[in-house]
Design a protein around this ligand. Structure first.
Ligand SMILES: [Zn+2]
Length: 474
């Protein structure tokens, strides 16, 4: 009797262990099937059973960018379209983390926890994603980069639709590179979508933040005048505390609007010191510099503004977009959307709400109103000053005048991270928006690691990209 009891007790223990183990496994499968499915040892789902049977990805005009034919993933026939949209669409690998084919791999393949890959065809057919981007526009912009590295983002600040989203360097998804020690420099950062995944020294485009702070906090800012002699000590004494304007060029008598047009370093350095660390930080944070915004399921890399341990000269340099300042291109386009929309941005989105995938699965597509970034009066004054930058300083001829472009250029001197030393290599920037109600585009362009200015390197790409968007919507 005792032995029987002991035996049944042991059987019970074994049963409990098996049941518990099975339960735990089921729990793990239910809660983690999405990450499990993307594990390298599940390659069959990624390759022959996966993307090769996945839904198509199309641009806003229905041009197919990626589809599955006869067990193969096939990309657009034009190599420069493939390269231009590499970071948005993705390739067969999962190396580009923010791409559609990585983010939505299991959803595109119709993989389901209940059905596995055997989802009924009727459901599986609803796996196509339609994007808001225009493939022809992206191709033209990719070609305009002409081998230089950087990013170009243009989106409609009324609807949130992203029209142009290009990150370079890129490769052909039909021939992904094998990265070795010899060629790793050439491919450095190639898996990162610079539009959403990189942050850079902003230089003078950060003057929009300093100007917003000045407009908010300084009562006589509209009537204030400065006199720029080209070089001045700000926040310290001696040569190391000198702030220079462009090669020591003296801008003379200036209002705030003139100083933004001239991109006068001295005025904005002095403004940052006058405002102080707390007010500068408050305005930078209200504008989202230190926040990760989201584009649907894509988390955008945040910028960096931190002056809590800065001395007065460093605070001065932070106001002209140097010191340790960093911004992301998408973030700058969203700030321009806020300026265009009375202080509250319409957020960007990459997925068309008519995508048939959305009838089967729920995913975050983004868009909609964002958080108030500045007061309406500040937004209006900033917008008018940015418009005057183009008409009175850059030249209306550099953009199609129908677009009524409002913009700010910048040349961020690349700072060596770690020791804070500035190099003689630059990030060339232009950010802005079109005041034209027919072409409501917000944009940001950065060309990295160049020996020259935003006006020389970034502005021509922005000009071409905006014209391409305009032509595409005719
Ligand atoms: Zn100056």
């Amino acid at each position: 009797m005792k032995r029987t009891l002991r035996r049944s007790m042991m059987v019970m223990v074994v049963v409990v262990l098996i049941a518990g183990g099975a339960g735990y496994l089921s729990y793990r499968i239910v809660t983690e099937h999405n990450s499990w499915i993307n594990m390298p040892y599940n390659n069959h789902i990624l390759s022959e059973g996966g993307l090769t049977r996945a839904g198509s990805i199309m641009d806003r005009n229905g041009t197919v960018l990626a589809r599955s034919v006869g067990g193969q993933r096939v990309y657009h026939e034009d190599e420069n379209v493939r390269r231009a949209l590499l970071h948005v669409v993705g390739d067969d690998s999962v190396n580009i983390g923010t791409s559609m084919q990585t983010l939505y791999r299991t959803k595109l393949t119709g993989y389901s926890f209940v059905w596995g890959l055997g989802l009924p065809t009727s459901l599986k057919s609803k796996s196509d994603i339609k994007l808001t981007v225009d493939a022809d526009v992206c191709k033209k912009v990719y070609e305009a980069f002409n081998g230089q590295n950087g990013a170009c983002i243009i989106y409609n600040y009324d609807t949130g639709e992203i029209l142009c989203d290009v990150s370079t360097p890129a490769y052909d998804p039909n021939a992904p590179p094998t990265i070795t020690e010899e060629n790793e420099d050439k491919y450095e950062g190639v898996y990162v979508d610079n539009v959403v995944g990189s942050s850079y020294t902003p230089g003078s485009v950060f003057k929009l933040v300093t100007a917003a702070a000045a407009l908010k906090y300084i009562d006589d800012i509209d009537t204030r005048q400065w006199y720029c002699e080209g070089v001045k000590n700000v926040g310290g004494t001696g040569k190391s505390a000198q702030v220079h304007c462009n090669d020591g060029y003296a801008h003379g008598t200036e209002t705030l609007s003139d100083a933004l047009g001239n991109s006068c370093n001295i005025v904005f350095a002095e403004l940052a010191d006058e405002l102080g660390a707390d007010k500068m930080t408050k305005v930078a944070e209200d504008m989202g510099i230190n926040t990760n915004i989201s584009i649907g399921d894509i988390t955008v890399k945040k910028g960096h503004y931190d002056v809590k341990d800065a001395d007065m000269n460093q605070l001065a340099w932070s106001g002209v977009g140097q010191f340790t300042d960093l911004v992301n291109p998408m973030q700058m386009a969203v700030i321009c959307s806020a300026i265009a929309n009375g202080g509250k941005p319409v957020m960007p989105r990459l997925i068309d709400s008519g995508s048939d995938l959305l009838s089967r699965v729920s995913i975050a597509i983004g868009g909609g109103k964002g958080k108030q970034m500045m007061d309406q009066t500040v937004a209006e004054k900033l917008g008018d000053m940015m418009r005057r930058n183009v008409t009175a300083f850059y030249g209306e001829g550099v953009f199609n005048s129908e677009l009524e472009v409002a913009a700010k250029t910048g040349t961020g001197e690349i700072v060596l991270q770690g020791n804070g030393e500035r190099t003689n290599r630059n990030n060339a920037w232009i950010v802005g928006y079109c005041k034209s109600t027919e072409h409501p585009y917000a944009f940001a362009v950065v060309v990295t690691n160049v020996d020259g200015y935003g006006a020389t390197y970034a502005q021509p790409i922005a000009s071409l990209a905006l014209q391409a968007c305009m032509d595409a919507e005719k």
